[in-house]
Design a protein around this ligand. Structure first.
Ligand code: FAD
Length: 307
């Protein structure tokens, strides 16, 4: 039986594992893909104290740091069921294993919803981006488009308008879906063009990086091409909680609801990082939340009578 079983091996899970192991308690990490989203990231320039690094390098550093401690790492293992059994929680994996723990930290992260058009995968990290806080500064003085007119898309467009030369916001529906206050702010900006009823059909490039985007006007069926250097896809971040539905409380977006200590709705179950309701999905936030969840789990253990 683990004292703390961490599910997820991204920045949040790694931080949770280190903080738990440093308490001298039996700690395990179950991860589908140790490293998480940073494995798909090129440059990281906002992890404070590390001026610049690359995602895969950062992932290796995470793993090396965890391996400094007595942590049982179970990589390439997918959790598919959480079963609360009173004093212990059971985690079942897709491969049929059953793990038991006195406390569990859920850190399964999230994934960006993709638009699935030609060019998106080819130019990912070469003009196609998903995180304005992360990659906005790379497009300083350039032309970009933001795909998606919900709150995140409009926030991204406002944010980017302060950095880049021009922003074209593309919305599939007839109207933007963002809050009125954001829409007002957006429309007040001189270097933003808003195009509605537009279906993105292709992201073009020169083989190395993005140079244009094509869309179809859904009213007229006419095809248009916009020349630009960057495309920010902002059509939603999906938390990896499909396997938890019905077991713990999730927000309407599917995020695990946690309190200020990282406690989820079941006793002994904590959560951290992009998978939770905590806003702003960033590495530095995920690591901080992971540390916090581990300290909360430890606190839970010392207050239970059988530890
Ligand atoms: P994740 O990194 O998503 O890790 C989740 C972990 O859980 C993975 O190990 C995954 O395999 C595992 N997992 C998922 N489901 C299961 C399951 N059922 N069973 C077992 N394991 C499971 N942030 C920044 O701060 N700066 C940046 O420059 C930056 N750039 C980014 C660029 C890109 C392209 C992307 C996609 C994201 C970027 N981010 C950046 C965001 C950052 O990567 C995330 O905020 C951060 O990785 C969240 O950490 P996490 O541990 O919560 O989740």
């Amino acid at each position: 039986v683990f004292d703390v079983l961490v599910v997820g091996g991204g920045p949040a899970g790694a931080a949770a594992a280190i903080y738990a192991a440093r308490k001298g308690i039996r700690t395990g990490v179950l991860a589908d893909r140790f490293g998480g989203q940073v494995l798909d990231t090129l440059a990281i320039e906002n992890f404070i104290s590390v001026k610049e690094t690359e995602g895969p390098k950062f992932a290796i550093a995470l793993e090396q740091h965890v391996k400094e401690y007595d942590v049982d790492i179970m990589n390439t293992q997918r959790a598919n069921k959480l079963v609360p059994l009173g004093k212990v929680v059971e985690v079942q994996t897709a491969s049929g294993a059953v793990l038991k723990a006195k406390s569990v930290i859920l850190a399964t992260g999230a994934r960006w919803r993709e638009i699935n058009v030609p060019g998106e995968k080819e130019y990912r990290n070469h003009g196609v981006a998903y995180c304005p806080h992360c990659d906005g500064p790379l497009f300083k003085g350039k032309r970009v488009s933001v795909i998606g007119g919900g709150n995140s898309g409009v926030e991204a467009a406002i944010d980017l308008a302060g950095l880049v030369q021009h922003v074209t916001l593309i919305e599939f529906g007839a109207e933007l879906r963002a809050d009125a206050v954001l829409q007002r702010k957006l429309r007040s900006l001189a270097n933003v063009t808003v195009i509605t009823s537009a279906q993105t059909t292709e992201i073009h490039g020169d083989g190395k990086k993005v140079n244009a985007l094509s869309y179809t006007d859904r009213n007229t069926n006419a095809s248009h091409k916009v020349e630009l250097e960057g495309v920010f896809v902002q059509i939603g971040l999906v938390p990896n909680t499909e396997w938890l539905k019905g077991t713990i409380a999730l927000s309407r977006h599917g995020e695990i609801e946690v309190d200020a200590r990282g406690q989820a709705s079941l006793p002994g179950v904590f959560a951290a990082g992009d998978v939770t309701t905590v806003p702003y999905k960033q590495i530095i936030i995920a690591t901080g939340e992971g540390a916090k969840a581990a300290l909360s789990a430890f606190d839970h253990l010392i207050r239970s009578d059988d530890t």
